[in-house]
Each structure stands twice: as C-alpha cells, then as structure tokens.
Write a protein that binds this ligand. Structure first.
Ligand code: UDP
Ligand code: MG
Length: 342
C-alpha cells in the first residue's frame, strides 16, 4: 500500500517535470502568432450574462477576425455556475478558453493572468456583465491603427446609478490632473491594447483603475474613444462605495511608482521643502515681533505650529533621500521601454 502511494507520487512528479519541460519548449508569445485578436474577460459570479456575452463577442469576432481570435475568460473564483457556463462554451467553440482561480483575487489579478495568456496582436479587455458592448471592438482597433498603443473606452453616456456617476467624475478629474493624461474615463472595462503593452503592464491589487496611467508613464501612446454603455442587466456590482477611497490611495502609489520612481526626492523633497519653508516663515515672523518687543514667545501657540512644520518638512526630505538610496541600489534593475533598436 505504502509502496503504491510512493510510486504514484514519483509518477506525479515525473509528469509534472515533463509538463514543465514542455512548457519551456513552447515559444513565449510575442503577439506575432496567427491570432489577431485576444479578448480577455475577467469575471466574478456572472453566470447569467456569460452566454449572451459570448454570443455577441463571437459574432463580432467572426466578422472582423475570421477564425484568428481567442476569448480568454478569467474566472476570478466565482462561486456560482460561471465556470460550468464557460465549459459549455468551450465545448462548442475551442477558441473560448478559461483560466479559473481557486479563490477571488480581484479584477486586477484576473486581468494580469489574462494578459499573460493573450497571444493576439491586439488585446481587448471587457467586463462580463454586458455593460460593455462588443460591437465597439472594431472602433477601438481602428483607433489603435491610427498609431496608438492603448485605446480606452469612454462611457460618455453612462448607464449607472447617479451615486456612482458623480464620485466617478471626481475620480476621473483628479486622476487626469495628477497623472497629466487628458482622459475622461480611466476605469472603463472596455479597452484595446497592442500586445507589447500587456506584456509590460503589471497590474495587481486594484491597480486596474489606473491602467491608462501606468501605460502612459511607461511611454506608450494612450487615447480614448466614446463607447456605448449599457445598464447592468443581471447580478450586481462587485465594487462598493469604498472603491473611491481606495482608488485615491492607489493614485498615490501609481504616481510614486511611475512618475517619481526614479526620483523620489523630487516628490517628497518638494513637499518637504515647501512645508519647512512655511514653518520657517511663521517663526521668522514671531522672531521679528519678539525682537521689536511686541510679544513674549511663551504665549504664542503659533511658535509650536511653526516648529512642527519645520520638523515635518525635514522628515519628508529624509524620506525622499531614503528613497534615493533605495533606487540607486536597484538602478541596474530599471526596465527601460525600448521602441526600436537598429
Ligand atoms: N470582477 C472580477 N473580480 C472581482 C470583481 C469584479 O473579475 O473581484 C469583474 C466582474 O465580474 C465584471 C468586471 O470585473 O466582469 C467589472 O465589475 P463590476 O461590473 O462589478 O464593476 P462596475 O461596473 O460596477 O464598475
Ligand atoms: Mg459593471
């Protein structure tokens, strides 16, 4: 019995090793294969929408890509019958694939895994809840062919509750100002990419909201086109009100890891110098009053405020310097995005 288990184990081991060596043999996809369009669909408990969605994706892709397409569903740990629905699709059309997580990791993780698997020259992402319209895919690709690397959908007429539209407007405005990209809608599920973009993107946590920012600061040409947007037909949204607070925190992460990644002192130091300077000015004012005999410093709480600002500013500058030491030690790992080499 024990022997049996042992031989079974070594058999499993041999099989896994064989599979690993096979995988190594397969060329890494570079987007140049015979697949023209990969559609990546992250989904979490969307059993009611899947079939309808698949039908409309299929009809569009048959038209514009013949049989040179693939659809990759990334099942983000659904607990409903989503996986079974996708299996049915796969049995009918082998161009439908699925990667299924054992648990719910979040939309960003689902996208990242879908990106890694996408072989197409063009990669399209869209939500599974029928809010995004596959009929827009040709428009997005047309725009890519005008010389862009990423085209983001813009839900110009948005079909969502007002409680979501208003905060989202604010979110987009702030992101646009802070990131320096003039887009109206950063977080539309419907986007089109050249393959090279998804090879370089690294989305994790909830960073999917900032994909256009990440790509833009990596040197890619990013734009948007208006797209049709439908109300959610089945099920409910998977993101609550907390999305906006988290979203703004993530914006800080995005800025520090893109724009300021190689010069952290410019971020922390700039704010630090401003704050310290303000503190210094406050205390200078008090000092002059004291010199002129107008006041005792003991009864001026403003003094403490000034000192606090100076200390806080100095701390920010130190944090920036620590960041600089960090980046210098990692300098050889900086990954430059190269367009061409001759
Ligand atoms: N989604 C996912 N994992 C999650 C949450 C959402 O894959 O943890 C998918 C979801 O199934 C849908 C897409 O991400 O296909 C967008 O989600 P949702 O429609 O809930 O977002 P909203 O439209 O409300 O912004
Ligand atoms: Mg939705």
């Amino acid at each position: 019995m024990k022997e049996n288990a042992k031989s079974k184990l070594s058999e499993n081991y041999r099989e896994a090793k064989h599979r690993a060596s096979q995988q190594k043999l397969q060329p890494k996809s570079s987007g140049s294969g015979d697949i023209l369009i990969s559609v990546v669909v992250p989904l979490y408990n969307e059993e009611q929408s899947i079939k309808e969605l698949a039908n409309s994706i299929e009809s569009v892709l048959n038209r514009i890509a013949k049989n040179r397409y693939e659809v990759i569903f990334v099942d983000d740990g659904s607990t409903d019958a989503s996986l079974e629905k996708i299996k049915e699709l796969h049995n009918k059309n082998q161009r439908f694939h699925c990667i299924s997580f054992r648990r719910n990791y979040g939309k960003s993780s689902a996208l990242q895994v879908g990106f890694a698997a996408a072989k197409g020259k063009y990669v399209i992402t869209m939500d599974a809840d029928l809010q995004d319209d596959p009929e827009e895919i040709p428009n997005l690709i047309k725009k890519l062919n005008e010389g862009y690397d990423l085209v983001s959908g813009w839900k110009k007429k948005r079909n969502d509750p007002i409680t979501k539209i208003l905060p989202s407007k604010l979110f987009n405005l702030v992101t646009s100002i802070v990131s320096g990209i003039r887009l109206h809608d950063f977080n539309c599920g419907l986007k089109a990419y050249r393959n090279v973009v998804v090879r370089r993107l690294k989305v994790y946590g909830e960073m999917h909201r900032y994909i256009p920012v990440l790509a833009y600061w990596d040197g890619f040409r990013v734009t948007e086109v208006p797209v049709r947007h439908h109300p959610r037909k089945y099920g409910k949204t998977k993101f609550g009100a907390g999305r906006f607070v988290k979203g703004f925190l993530d914006l800080l992460t995005v800025m520090i890891t893109t724009r300021f990644m190689q010069r952290p002192l410019h971020f922390f130091g700039f704010i630090g110098v401003l704050i310290s300077f303000f503190g210094f000015a406050v205390n200078l004012y008090l000092f002059i009053e004291w010199l002129l005999g107008k006041t005792y410093l003991t009864n001026r709480p403003l003094l403490l405020f000034g000192i606090t600002l100076i200390i806080f500013g100095a701390q920010l500058i130190s944090i920036g310097l620590l960041g600089e030491m960090n980046i210098k030690s990692l300098a050889e790992r900086i990954n430059y995005n190269i367009r061409e080499k001759f």
